[in-house]
Design a protein around this ligand. Structure first.
Ligand code: NDP
Length: 496
């Protein structure tokens, strides 16, 4: 019998009003049930938003350093429980333990950073144009924040949003991905134990078009913070726009790793392997396109084939495994359909391109796949596959390389391998991406720096660092006049 897990609303673990549940399973062994989770509907979202609204008045007035201390307590628990949490993530989501450790560590560093923000959260103090007057800005929270997250980083993603939202004085309702509710439940158990007051952080599990949609369209929600696919992000932007809600979107990527003719090929291929195949390519920042100068392309492809030969596909809990399963059967089929598309479009399938069913576990395994001789306009070079598939596009010279790298609707992360500083700096200048790496792959962002993308990857916001504080606060401009008389800006300002 599977354990049953509940929503966390107003400080209590409660069943969904719908009376319905769903099962969460292990993608490496789908017969292994992780647990039974609440399939929430609009009534559950209503209750969670109502609890968040009630809690908001006190929480926004709680001193920010105190809010930070609660986050610091939760972070210490994440540190203590890191190995167990990483194992939970691998069991639920599939990726290898080292990737799951990264996921928990991302939440930990976010907690450490944001706990400290409780003692900073700076405003500005600026001179007034009028005498005997102080002018400054202070930060107010936005209100009730709805948080909707994907399955590929099931601990880091909610934490990256929750911690800054909470330290800024917002109250939140989180709807995690239906494929990874267990990790979210464990995070909320930690928040409860750390002393987050009832109603301040609420969790409703369930399906996107049900619980997710009810949350993003709820009139009591002041802001939506979403990470996920472009298609769902666009819908959320439209509905949030109609209600003038704040909305922050982080969406997909089709990230280019560019290898110029003077690159250290060994380093570039090592980077491409990590960028392309870690988490089985299920990362928004995955190096899914390799844009390679024709003069070095044969060598790059040869080395990639050797590298792929060393990968071990299997259960992420097995220490020998380097590439875990795909999240679910639907994604596995979707990834496989792109192999057929690539072949039909005329790209050369070099290795992989098949489902790996011989493990006998029924797990959703896919062979690491390499396409060569793709052209920039092919669907495999334009659309996010979100799996262990790398596509090589051969180019002639730096100008073409940058044009091809920029030639998709996305703009999350880009990487360039070159030994030449001038060529590197030109690439930094011209790449259309929110993150640029030189001589490193497209993944590996750090918590104290802004994270996000341009073009169709985002809508102008950044997560992490102080950019997250900007996102989750409203600026209030304050004038303190101690002149004892009426002073009119632009009328009474002293001039020469
Ligand atoms: P989805 O967009 O399908 O889902 C993301 C979240 O939105 C899930 O919780 C989902 O619920 C929910 N959702 C689905 N439909 C709706 C709806 N109509 N209204 C409200 N919520 C909804 O993305 P995936 O989970 O498949 O994640 C993969 C995508 O996320 C990729 O495109 C990837 O690039 C992107 N991503 C981006 C990152 C970034 O920072 N730029 C980081 C990580 C991933 P449910 O789970 O039930 O479907």
């Amino acid at each position: 019998m599977a354990d049953t897990f509940y929503n966390f609303v107003d400080g209590k673990w409660v069943p969904a009003a719908t009376g319905e549940t769903f099962l969460d399973t292990n993608p490496a062994r789908p017969e292994e049930v992780i647990g039974e989770f609440q399939r929430s509907g609009p009534e559950d979202v209503d209750a969670a938003v109502a609890a968040a609204s009630r809690a908001y008045g006190d929480w926004r007035k709680t001193p920010a350093p105190l809010r930070g201390e609660i986050i610091a307590r939760a972070t210490r628990m994440l540190v203590e429980r890191k190995p167990e949490l990483a194992e939970t993530i691998t069991r639920e989501m599939g990726k290898v333990l080292v990737d799951s450790g990264y996921d928990v560590q991302g939440a930990i560093t976010s907690g450490e950073y944001m706990a400290g923000e409780g003692r900073r959260m700076f405003g500005d103090t600026v001179p007034s144009g009028l005498p005997n007057r102080l002018a400054m800005t202070v930060r107010d929270p936005v209100g009730v924040v709805g948080i909707v997250t994907p399955w590929n980083l099931p601990m880091l993603m909610p934490a990256w949003k929750l911690f800054p939202a909470l330290v800024c004085g917002n109250t939140v309702v989180v709807k995690p991905a239906e494929d990874t509710p267990h990790t979210a439940v464990l995070l909320f158990e930690i928040l409860e134990e750390a002393g987050v007051p009832p109603g301040v952080a609420n969790l409703v599990t369930g399906y996107g078009p049900e619980a997710g949609q009810a949350l993003v369209t709820h009139p009591g929600v002041d802001m939506i913070s979403f990470t996920g696919s472009r298609a769902v992000g666009k819908q959320i932007a439209a509905s949030a726009g109609a209600e003038l809600k704040h909305v922050s979107l982080e969406m997909g990527g089709k990230n280019a790793l560019v290898i110029l003719d003077d690159a250290d090929i060994s380093e570039a291929v090592t980077g491409a392997m990590w960028g392309g195949f870690s988490t089985a390519g299920q990362r928004c920042t995955a190096s899914s396109r390799l844009v390679v100068d024709e003069s070095v392309a044969d060598e790059v492809v040869e080395r990639l084939v050797d590298g792929i030969g060393t990968l071990v596909v299997g259960d992420g809990l097995d220490p020998e495994t380097t590439v875990g399963p795909i999240i679910n059967a639907k994604q596995l089929d979707r990834i496989h359909s792109y192999t057929a598309i690539g072949v039909e479009e005329g790209a050369r399938l070099v290795v992989g391109g098949e489902k790996l069913e011989e493990t006998g576990s029924g797990g959703y395994f896919y062979a690491p796949t390499l396409f060569d001789h793709a052209t920039p306009d092919m669907r495999i070079a334009q659309e996010e596959i979100f799996g262990p598939t790398i596509t090589v596009i051969r180019v002639d010279g730096d100008e073409e390389a940058i044009a091809v790298a920029n030639g998709t609707r996305y703009g999350l992360s880009a990487a360039v391998y070159t030994r030449d500083t001038v060529r590197a700096l030109r690439a930094v200048r011209d790449l259309e991406a929110g993150l640029v790496y030189l001589n490193a792959p497209t993944i590996g962002s750090e918590i104290h720096l802004p994270f996000g993308g341009v073009k169709d990857t985002g809508n102008g916001h950044r997560e992490s660092g102080t950019a997250a504080i900007d996102q989750f606060t409203e600026i209030k401009t304050v004038f303190l006049d101690y002149s004892g008389t009426l002073q009119r800006a632009h009328i009474d300002e002293p001039t020469e």
